[in-house]
Design a protein around this ligand. Structure first.
Ligand SMILES: Cc1cc2nc3c(=O)[nH]c(=O)nc-3n(C[C@H](O)[C@H](O)[C@H](O)COP(=O)(O)OP(=O)(O)OC[C@H]3O[C@@H](n4cnc5c(N)ncnc54)[C@H](O)[C@@H]3O)c2cc1C
Length: 490
């Protein structure tokens, strides 16, 4: 029977961050990953010479010394780094009435908004000015210094008092909805929809559901630390974390599905794998979602019933339709890499299929596609309910992918004639490959209505990391959750 100090279930960015840091600080760590490729939502996969991102492709501050990105801070501790390509504009938003460039450079972005609504651009400036001081205050307190229990207080007071004092005037903003900031600063309906869209892309919720620090961080990072794409794709971030884990003696087991977290008298003592093997450790960290951890990995009796009920009642963001394409690239020399298409202005941006995200990362890193080709990932929200692998599945899948093709036609009108490789993913694909409950993007915890839970659980020795813990969804956020958990254990 193998044993170690810490078992991490899952190699998402949250799990890998916690595991690599704990290995770096001398713990014997084993990561059990169910899939044969590490990285969870952030993994890359290869088909016929095309390297696809399965999920994220938008990053800030992966390499800059100025960056607040927790991923960069973790790389520094592990002695790892990666190459990345900076770019600006970082995307184009295509509304039915107009397309425009979205720039990291704040002044340039406002100029683009002013072309559509001069008054709106002024109001957007007021919105930024209200949020950016919060980002400036955050700058002084590295995520690496934080932990998820009361012991954070002496650390902050002892080492970061000036930054804490800078934060004081903005304390009310820390848990506030950014919708309140929008209400106080922006009346222009076009800019209000723009802010709603930016929030939706970030958290899966519009402005009133998104917390202010999340948006402050996004606005600050994209203008100060630069928008960049990792050479080698999102998988390069995962590879760097795995290198860091292994360099410090940690172990990653792929194709290693955990069936059960083993608990005795309210205390964890290991995990049981699908092949029946038991791995023993006094600490287990689950990177599986809150719903997967509390239903599939624990026995119902392991948790107090009221706690379990509240946890499982956490609202869920929808899943996705994905379209991964390999396309011929001739004549597309001026193509840019990120696009968001809103099809119908009379429909809410959150309606499934109405807002489509597009990423063409081979414009930054040509090695991701065979010569003369581009690699494309388009996706949109899609409810999990109603999907079944029945006789109609293939037909439904093709029909649902049409909204993504129509979005792509806004950018590449003859896209359908260019396709050399097509992979369509449904909520069932997403749930299967990412081992995620209902293939969800994550918890839909609205600002003002609740908070993401911390890394602790009622079971001694059992902790959680990832996008159903504080601070929430997104690569920087889940890396932060890994840091908070690792620091809490040290
Ligand atoms: C389509 C899409 C686009 C996105 N775009 C961006 C973006 O541009 N920028 C950004 O910052 N964020 C983006 N995100 C969000 C970001 O990718 C996620 O929030 C983040 O990667 C989730 O990481 P995590 O640590 O929670 O773990 P996950 O990625 O959920 O990984 C959990 C891991 O645990 C494993 N696992 C689960 N159960 C078991 C078990 N029983 N045994 C063993 N292993 C198990 C799974 O296989 C998986 O590998 C995007 C997400 C999606 C889906």
């Amino acid at each position: 029977m193998r044993s170690c100090d810490v078992i991490v279930i899952g190699s998402g960015i949250g799990g890998l961050t916690a595991a690599a840091l704990l290995a770096r600080y001398g713990k014997r760590v084993i990561v059990c990953e169910s899939h044969t490729i590490p990285g969870g939502a952030a993994h890359s996969f290869r088909r016929r010479g095309f390297e696809f991102d399965s999920g994220p492709s938008f990053y800030c501050g992966l390499t800059s010394a100025e960056s607040l990105n927790p991923v960069k801070q973790v790389f520094d501790v592990l002695g790892e780094s990666l190459e990345a390509v900076p770019y600006d504009p970082f995307g184009h938003y295509h509304f039915p009435e107009a397309s425009f460039g979205v720039y990291g450079n704040a002044e340039r972005y406002r100029q683009e908004i002013a072309k559509i609504t001069p008054q709106g651009a002024k109001e957007f400036k007021r919105f930024e000015e209200r949020l950016l001081p919060l980002y400036d205050a955050m700058k002084g307190i590295p995520t690496l210094a934080l932990r998820a229990d009361w012991q954070v207080i002496p650390v902050l007071v002892g080492r970061y008092l000036p930054s804490l004092l800078k934060m004081l005037p903005h304390l009310l903003l820390v848990q506030a909805s950014v919708g309140n900031v929008m209400d106080a600063t922006v009346q222009d309906p076009w800019v209000r929809r723009l802010i709603d869209l930016e929030c939706f892309l970030l958290s899966g919720l519009k402005a009133h559901g998104t917390i202010a620090p999340e948006v402050a961080f996004m606005l600050g990072e994209r203008s100060h630390a630069s928008v960049e794409y990792p050479v080698g794709g999102s998988g390069a971030i995962v590879k760097a974390l795995v290198r860091g884990l292994e360099r410090w003696g940690g172990q990653l087991l792929l194709g290693c599905h955990v069936e059960q977290i083993l608990v005795n008298s309210g205390k964890v003592f290991g995990v049981q794998l699908t092949n029946g093997e038991i791995l023993k450790a006094p600490i287990v960290i689950s990177n599986a979602s809150i719903w997967d951890t509390y239903t599939k990995l624990l026995h119902p009796d392991d948790l107090p019933p009221s706690y379990r009920k509240v946890a499982l009642d956490t609202p869920v963001v929808d899943s996705f339709m994905h379209l991964h394409l390999g396309i011929r690239a001739e004549g597309l020399e001026n193509l840019t890499g990120h696009h968001v298409v809103v099809h119908d202005a009379s429909n809410d941006i959150t309606v499934a299929g109405n807002t489509c995200m597009i990423s063409i990362p081979s414009v930054w890193d040509a090695t991701l596609a065979p010569e003369g080709h581009h690699v494309v990932h388009a996706y949109t929200l899609e409810p999990y309910a109603g999907w079944e692998r029945n006789a109609e599945y293939e037909q439904k899948k093709r029909e649902k992918a049409q909204t993504l093709y129509r979005a792509l036609e806004r950018i590449i009108p003859d896209i359908r004639e260019r396709v050399v490789l097509e992979l369509i993913g449904t909520p069932l694909t997403h749930a299967y490959y990412l081992r995620r409950y209902r293939g969800s993007y994550g918890p839909a915890i609205e600002a003002r209505k609740g908070m993401f839970p911390g890394c602790h659980t009622p079971i001694r020795g059992l902790y959680r990391v990832g996008d159903s813990t504080m601070p929430g969804i997104g690569v920087p956020a889940v890396a932060a959750s890994g840091i908070l958990c690792a620091n809490t254990l040290l």
